[in-house]
Ligand binder design. Structure first.
Ligand code: ADE
Ligand code: ZN
Length: 341
């Protein structure tokens, strides 16, 4: 098993489901709180980390939005993103597609320019330093109104050349994709590709809506598709990727235990499954940690691991030439690993 873990860690990979606000480690949260003279309601880093014990998505989101309150200027967003990208480089990530939640920050008075500017500065640095390419995805908060999402899209208009796509996240139950039909139609008119969180806590019907009403090209989570065989067949036939986040699903009690997760079954069923970290600072690990936990709990094979790494690139928004180059790199690292066995 340790050989398979070494293979998974060494393979070049992409991460396609990462909320940059969810990469805020307690150490940085305290550092930024001190910088801005903000008092966090926890004695120290250990006390904050100990609070990362969730019953469901909402109990996590309450802490996640409170934590994001220490992000106040462009340098904060830069420090946050830079720290994530250092972890990404250590995990052999070669490409990242990152969500940011502008509404969490603009409603506190942080200008859109500072949010995007700070994140982008770190992304460009990591591209130069580590060769990590990137896409930036603006995500709308589904617990807020569609009018609020439309206003956010309007505010983002001067920066649309910096945004590669749009997503939908936050509290899922009671906030179906259909609530956002008009804003996503506008996004598509602006040429922005769409992804959406669906079927994390919400029912399979939300995945159908994300596909048919929002015209999502990729589904974030999507694990509840298993409850609807027709939906699983559609995801397979149309090769619509699912960005699965195993440690997140256990932390938020979507699954009681990783051993019960359906990702291996879906992968063997021919779906384009990818492994991602979601909110790594809160859920106990980055991409390699997710691979390691899945290898242990689900007994993933060599073929599974290589397929998951391949899927991370095929499901990305890289162009065909870049995909081909990275898939060839996977083959090279895999061959090297085989020779060493
Ligand atoms: N925002 C950050 N993480 C999320 C998740 N797992 N589901 C929905 N919204 C989120
Ligand atoms: Zn997510």
């Amino acid at each position: 098993m340790s050989d398979l873990i070494a293979l998974a860690c060494a393979l070049p990979k992409a991460e396609l489901h990462l909320h940059i606000e969810g990469s805020l480690e307690p150490e940085l949260a305290f550092e930024l709180a001190a910088k801005h003279g903000v008092t966090l309601p926890y004695a120290d880093v250990e006390a904050l980390r100990a609070a990362y014990d969730f019953n469901d998505l909402q109990s996590f989101l309450d802490l996640y939005y409170a934590g994001a309150g220490v992000l106040r200027d462009a340098d904060d967003f830069h420090a946050l993103t830079r720290a994530y990208l250092q972890r990404a480089a250590a995990d052999h990530l070669r490409h990242v597609e990152i969500f940011f939640d502008p509404q969490t920050h603009t409603e506190r008075g942080v200008p859109m320019e500072d949010i995007i500017g700070g994140i982008r500065r770190a992304l460009l640095e990591a591209e130069a330093e580590h060769g990590i390419t990137f896409r930036l995805i603006m995500s709308f908060l589904r617990h807020l109104s569609e009018a609020d999402a439309i206003a956010t899209l309007e505010a983002a208009k001067p920066f649309l050349h910096r945004i590669d796509g749009v997503g939908l996240d936050s509290s899922e139950n009671g906030h179906p994709p259909s609530k956002f039909e008009r804003v996503f139609a506008l996004c598509r008119e602006y040429g922005l590709p769409v992804v959406a969180h669906a079927g994390e806590e919400g029912p399979p019907a939300y995945i159908w809506e994300a596909l048919d009403i929002l015209q999502a090209r990729r589904i974030d989570h999507g694990v509840r598709c298993s409850e609807d065989p027709k939906l699983v067949e559609r995801l397979r036939a149309e090769q619509i990727p699912l960005t699965v986040c195993p440690l997140s699903n256990v932390k938020l009690k979507v699954y009681p235990d990783l051993a019960e997760h359906n990702l291996k079954g879906l992968l063997h069923g021919g779906l384009v499954i990818t492994i991602n970290s979601d909110d790594p600072a809160y859920f106990g690990g980055y991409v390699n940690d997710n691979f390691i936990a899945c290898i242990k709990a689900l007994d993933l094979s060599e073929t599974d691991i290589v397929q998951l790494a391949r899927n991370s690139f095929t499901a990305s928004w890289l162009d065909d030439a870049a995909k081909a180059r990275l898939l060839a790199e996977i083959d090279a690292v895999h061959a090297q690993w085989q020779t060493a066995q």
